[in-house]
Write a protein that binds this ligand. Structure first.
Ligand SMILES: [Zn+2]
Length: 247
């Protein structure tokens, strides 16, 4: 069966001189692996096979495999590679996305958030890490693992929020915290500093393309990064990413 899809290159692995295995995040089929013999030469196929590209692909779909017949870049964010810091942040986001997506499951929300992330990162001058955290917050939401932020994740009361508990999936109240404190791993409990809840809600509710002027201060950014990584590791098994020490 022949089918046209649009997609974002997550990864490319050379099998031999002629063949590459691409990991594409397609709008239509979610994450897929697809082989291709398209040449890397100086032709218009080339950018469509590289990371940081959003393109159109003509696929041959057999029962078990995808094969890319034609590829055409729609937008290549190659300029990200001109700024090492941007490049590392973009690379981390691709690895994170690859890790949290299940093969063959369409994820329209994550797909459009990833496109927005690239567009926003390209325009940004600083605060790249903040944009990454906002993207990850959206991914948690779209994959159905959004933390509970409006009420205690254990008892549901809206008063006295005391901590953010990874294991309980969101904020917990003072009473519940006193009860579960001894049974929770200390490293998975976070203080509610610097309006951490407000920031998460803001990330969740606003488009990545409207965050040009938002950049967290260093300490707040590091703490939220630690929380989101721990949360994604706990709920989406997104841990030990090769690129995470770079951002
Ligand atoms: Zn409670």
């Amino acid at each position: 069966m022949r089918t046209d899809v649009e997609g974002i290159v997550l990864r490319r692995r050379k099998i031999n001189e002629k063949t590459s295995m691409m990991t594409l995040f397609t709008k239509e089929f979610g994450k897929i692996s697809a082989g291709t013999n398209l040449s890397e030469g100086r032709n218009r196929n080339q950018p469509a096979l590289h990371a940081f590209t959003y393109g159109k692909y003509e696929l041959n779909k057999t029962r078990e495999n995808f094969f890319i017949n034609k590829a055409e870049a729609v937008k290549s964010y190659y300029s990200l590679a001109e700024n090492m810091d941007k490049y590392f942040h973009a690379g981390y986001v691709l690895e994170f996305t690859d890790k949290v997506l299940e093969e063959g499951v369409p994820e329209a929300g994550v797909y459009s958030a990833l496109k927005d992330f690239f567009a926003a990162l390209e325009k940004r001058e600083k605060g790249f890490g903040t944009l990454v955290l906002a993207y990850q917050t959206k991914v948690l939401k779209f994959l159905g693992t959004e933390p509970v932020l409006d009420e205690c994740a254990i008892c549901g009361q809206k008063k006295n929020p005391a901590k953010f508990s990874i294991e309980d999936g969101g904020i917990i109240c003072q009473e519940c915290y006193s009860q579960v404190q001894n049974t929770r791993s200390e490293s998975l409990i976070y203080d509610l500093n610097f309006d951490i809840v407000k920031v998460l809600k803001y990330f969740s509710a606003n488009s990545l393309t409207n965050m040009q002027n938002i950049a967290l201060k260093d300490a707040a950014g590091r703490e939220l990064q630690s929380l989101i990584r721990a949360y994604a590791a706990h709920y989406l098994e997104a841990s030990d990413l090769k690129s995470e020490s770079m951002v």
